[in-house]
Design a protein around this ligand. Structure first.
Ligand SMILES: C[S@@+](CC[C@H](N)C(=O)[O-])C[C@H]1O[C@@H](n2cnc3c(N)ncnc32)[C@H](O)[C@@H]1O
Length: 216
């Protein structure tokens, strides 16, 4: 038993990467092709991806929303965890990234399982299909809008469904004072989730941290 979190040293990080990564040739090539196209290398890590796969499978997730899809690394990971008739709505602001994402999703064989919505998610989420419900919301876009994304998607999220938000350790700055506007937003977001009566929330310190709230 332990009451403290074991610090993730570089050797433990490497161990996790070697033991619990699901990165295959397609995802490796995606990272390379994205870099060649000038798309920033800011996707989730392979260990986080494996965690998301395990987590979504354990809850039998079928439908979900991703806010901030970039080149498709996390989207393909999420899609692979869904059943063959599963569906993922990808919200991506940048049209060039969205085109790259569309090609990668086709390459991975998930075109029919995916809807890509291009534009600012705070605006485009307002047109989310009426009566549609989802099992999860994966948030990885504008850090200052995380709480807004939760409020906007809350009505579509099933009871027992989850919100998973990335970067909630704020690149190591989450517990500091006098931090940037982005870090302050992430601090406020964690407090928002903790205090939200509609969720039971935790923070998993994998990668840059993922705040996870289950809808009560
Ligand atoms: C960190 S990246 C996402 C990485 C991706 N989830 C992955 O792990 O492969 C953040 C993405 O959010 C997008 N984004 C930022 N602000 C957005 C907004 N307001 N609406 C939709 N997408 C946004 C960016 O264009 C970028 O592609």
């Amino acid at each position: 038993m332990s009451i403290t979190t074991t610090p993730i040293t570089p050797d433990i990080d490497l161990y996790l990467e070697q033991m619990f990564s699901n990165e295959d040739d397609l995802l490796r090539q995606l990272r390379i092709d994205a870099e060649h196209q000038g798309i920033p290398s800011i996707s989730i890590g392979a260990v986080q991806a494996q965690f998301l796969s395990v987590y979504l499978r354990s809850m039998n997730a079928k439908r979900g929303i991703e806010i901030g899809s970039l080149a498709g690394y996390s989207a393909i990971t999420l899609l692979r965890a869904l059943p063959t008739d599963g569906h993922l709505y990808c919200y991506e602001r940048n049209p060039e990234y969205a085109t790259f994402l569309e090609n990668q999703i086709a390459k991975a064989g998930f075109t029919k399982n995916t809807t890509i919505v291009v534009g600012n998610a705070t605006e485009t989420l307002a047109q989310f299909p009426e009566h549609e419900t989802v099992d999860f919301i994966f948030i990885d876009a504008n850090k200052e809008a995380y709480a807004d994304y939760v409020l906007q998607t809350f009505p579509f999220l099933k009871k027992g469904g989850v919100v998973i938000a990335d970067n909630t350790l704020a690149w190591g700055d989450i517990a500091k004072n006098d931090v940037s506007k982005t870090v302050t937003s992430l601090q406020k977001f964690n407090t928002f989730m903790k205090e939200h009566q509609g969720f039971l929330t935790t923070l998993v310190p994998l990668g840059d941290g993922m705040t996870i709230g289950v809808k009560l």
